[in-house]
Design a protein around this ligand. Structure first.
Ligand SMILES: Cc1cc2nc3c(=O)[nH]c(=O)nc-3n(C[C@H](O)[C@H](O)[C@H](O)COP(=O)(O)OP(=O)(O)OC[C@H]3O[C@@H](n4cnc5c(N)ncnc54)[C@H](O)[C@@H]3O)c2cc1C
Length: 411
């Protein structure tokens, strides 16, 4: 019998297992998929360019990610992610127009930023949604579209499903000018592989867990065996957790999850630059938000990525023909793109049985109800994963939650 069973080899589970092993524990990691990394998963194109199917950007204040990258010798790209209004398109009602030509946007963004800054991560803001914040401003229809798209991209759910408190929690962990500063050279999943290399021989891939009894620490595998340990770290996504843990507290089971997926398409050359564009498009269509993923990569080719977020985006992401649809849309925006389109990478996180969504999004009333269950032991079990940290929805939160669970078990 191992000392600790860790369920899930995403960044949270791997970090917990590394810290526990370093402290001398006998650890077994059970992972359903045939790879480590979970929602950190890099695609390699034949010419060496990359696209991230899941987590893509690292903020400059995500100290755990940065420290881990440094520890394992992983270099980072350095990006300047300021939105260039001249090079970005707003695609509304079938017309794609440069952002800076929409005169109402700049002032409305200022009003929105001020309204967001006034929200606090306190109980007073717990029960109201970002839809109420939007309603309190006199925004133009177009600003409402653009800011609404920004909210959906960030939270993967519409404004009415995001509590003001959660938005404030995220905002307090953000530093101006540090947003989306880096990617890991060679792919973000190198971080997962580096962590896994520290605990070689302790990870059992292709070993899905069917259920957990938190009181006894008994872990039933889908294959039929039952394993047991003195402590269990449960590091699976929240919607999966609700299925594996029959006694999950209501406050935790009720937390919302963002939904959607991603498509990345490689083009033989970066045709959007021919039109003076940077590849970033905010759209009222279901594909939502497009950007160039290869902005910090060498090569003639270029990759556009779409984040299909929220209900309409998730519905599109579920369709096998979605990549072809996106190529047609790229051709509408940048005529000639269709003839240059090559490999398409399509990831539907909502219908992936080991994710069942994108990441946590606390709706009105949900933050407060979930915190106690996220940060205490349940019999022999500790909860880890991005949902169990203030940096929820980020790789940073996953690493921090894993470190915290390990520290609690190590005593
Ligand atoms: C589309 C998208 C975009 C994102 N963009 C960013 C970004 O730009 N920057 C950022 O920092 N973060 C981003 N994230 C979030 C980031 O990916 C996550 O916060 C983080 O990777 C979560 O790590 P985790 O260890 O908590 O969960 P996961 O990575 O999901 O790991 C959980 C593991 O549990 C395994 N598992 C599931 N069920 C079982 C079972 N029954 N038995 C055994 N194992 C099981 C899974 O296979 C998985 O390996 C994004 C996520 C998505 C989906």
């Amino acid at each position: 019998m191992p000392d600790v069973i860790v369920i899930g080899a995403g960044l949270a589970g791997l970090r917990a297992a590394v810290d526990l092993t370093a402290a001398g524990a006998d650890v077994v990691v059970l992972e359903a998929r045939d790879r480590v990394g979970g929602r950190v998963w890099t695609h390699h194109f034949t010419d060496g360019q990359l696209a991230e199917r899941g987590a893509e950007f690292i903020d400059g204040n995500h100290t755990e990610v940065l420290a881990s990258a440094a520890r394992y010798g992983l270099a980072l790209t350095d990006r300047d992610r300021e939105l260039d209004p001249q090079a970005t398109l707003v695609d509304a009602a079938g017309r794609a127009v440069p952002y800076h030509l929409h005169a109402s946007l700049a002032d409305d963004w200022k009003a929105w930023d001020a309204a967001l800054a006034a929200l606090q991560p306190t109980e007073e803001f717990e029960y109201r949604s970002l839809a109420a914040t939007l309603d309190s401003l006199q925004l133009s229809a177009l600003s409402r579209l653009v800011i609404g798209r920004d909210i959906r991209t960030e939270f993967m759910l519409p404004p009415e499903h995001v509590s003001q408190r959660f938005a404030a929690e995220i905002a307090t962990r953000r530093v101006a000018g540090q947003r989306e500063r880096h990617r890991i050279v060679g792919g973000n999943d190198r971080l997962a592989h580096a962590l896994a290399a520290q605990i070689a021989g302790r990870i059992r891939l292709a070993t899905p867990v069917r259920s957990i009894d938190a009181d006894t620490g008994a872990v039933a595998l889908r294959a039929g065996d039952v394993l047991q340990a003195a402590a269990v770290v449960m590091a699976v996504p929240l919607p999966v957790l609700t299925r594996l843990w029959p006694d999950i507290p209501a406050g935790l089971a009720g937390v919302s999850y963002g939904i959607g997926g991603k498509i990345s398409i490689q083009f033989q050359r970066r045709i959007w630059r021919d039109y003076g564009r940077n590849g970033t498009v905010l759209s009222d269509r279901a594909w939502g938000h497009l950007w160039e993923t290869t902005d910090d990569q060498e090569g003639d080719a270029g990759v556009l990525t779409s984040l299909m977020a929220s209900h309409d985006g998730a519905a599109l992401a579920a369709l096998p023909e979605a990549p072809d649809q996106l190529v047609r849309e790229a051709d509408r925006l940048f005529p000639g793109a269709k003839g240059l389109a090559g490999e398409r990478v399509h990831t539907d996180w909502t219908n992936d049985p080991y994710s069942l969504g994108a990441y946590t999004c606390f709706g009105p009333g949900q933050w407060k109800n979930a915190q106690a269950a996220l940060h205490t032991a349940h019999g022999r079990m500790w909860v880890a994963g991005e949902h169990a940290d203030g940096f929820s929805g980020f790789m940073e939160g996953a690493l921090r939650s894993g470190a915290r669970a390990a520290a609690a078990i190590n005593g």
